[in-house]
Structures are given as C-alpha cells and as structure tokens.
Design a protein around this ligand. Structure first.
Ligand code: ZN
Length: 179
C-alpha cells in the first residue's frame, strides 16, 4: 500500500491493493477502511475519549462503483451542472483509497457532522490528528492547491512521520509531494 498516494481532481485513484477491515462504526454508510488507517484511528479515538470527545467514523472506503451510483443519482435528480460542482467524479475521490476518513462527534447519542462540528472540536482534531498519522486533508487556506473547500472533518492517513512534517511546515499533501 502506498500511504502517500495522491488522489485529487486531476489525479485518478490508481489500482491499489487495499486491505480493508470492518470498522463496525454504526454511524457510517461506508464502514470499511484500510487496515493501518483503522488501527491509527482507534488510537486517535482513545486519545480523544480521554479528553472528553467521543468520535466515530462517518464515512471511510467508497468503491468507484458506489461513487458512480451516487453521481448518477444526483445527475438524475439535480442535473449535471449541480452534480459536477458537489459530487466527486467517480475514480477521483480520496475515499477510494481507504485512507480517508470523515470523522463525526457523538454527543448524547446524536452524531454531529461536517459544518455542525463545534470549533473547539475542529481545533482539537487539527492540533492532534498528526500524532496518529493523519493530516487535515483540506485546510481552509489551501483551496487553490487541494481543489477542495475547507473540510475539517476529512482526515487522511499518511503515517506519523509524514503527518508530522506536513503539520510542522503547514503544507498539504500536494505541496509535500511537490505536485
Ligand atoms: Zn471525506
């Protein structure tokens, strides 16, 4: 497995030999993730729990076929223009790698996602995820480089050393790979 594989709007997900494991997250539609990614997530989850945050996986691995289904459905309902803007083109989503996780926060049995996440939790994730090998893949000031709007909940496993370097230098995966 190439833990630095680059998948974005111009780099299609290559054929990868991904070892998927069942995360058993009851909050996820796509609950399988790459093996090492899930191991790292478990450590991050424990660390978060000790600090009062109950975190879960909301979305992990998505097959290209699955993404195609979502895409086609959106085209049918909302048209091609809308779909192109809001839904990743099948083959170009980082979720195809199994290394990307969308994190949610569980509070009083309600799960909080995406734009509803509180700022203190977003800060917590951004300050600590790298310790476990994750980067915040789409930071708010890097839209021009990543091609994506700010998504503080989407974390990507790259391994601890790589994550540390990217965090310390405030750079994205694209910049780290000089792409
Ligand atoms: Zn995501």
């Amino acid at each position: 497995m190439d833990y630095l594989v680059l998948v974005n709007k111009t780099n299609k997900c290559p054929d990868l030999d991904i070892k998927l494991v069942d995360t058993k997250s009851r909050y996820a539609n796509n609950r399988y993730s790459e093996e090492k990614t899930f191991k790292a997530f478990k450590k991050l989850q424990k660390f978060a729990k000790e600090r009062g945050y109950d975190i879960e996986i909301e979305s992990a691995y998505r097959s290209i076929e699955y993404q195609q289904k979502i895409y086609d459905k959106c085209v049918e309902n909302k048209g091609l223009e809308h779909t192109k803007k809001y839904v990743a083109t099948p083959g170009y989503s980082e979720h195809h790698t199994g290394l990307a996780l969308d994190i949610c926060l569980v509070k009083d049995d309600i799960f909080i996602i995406e734009h509803d996440l509180p700022v203190y939790f977003i800060d917590f994730l951004s300050d600590n995820a790298y310790k476990f090998g994750f980067i915040i893949r789409y930071p708010h000031d890097k839209e021009a480089i990543t091609g994506y709007n700010y998504e503080p909940w989407h974390i990507r496993y790259v391994g601890v050393n790589n994550a540390k370097t990217m965090k310390n230098n405030n750079i994205t995966l694209e910049e780290y790979l000089c792409k």
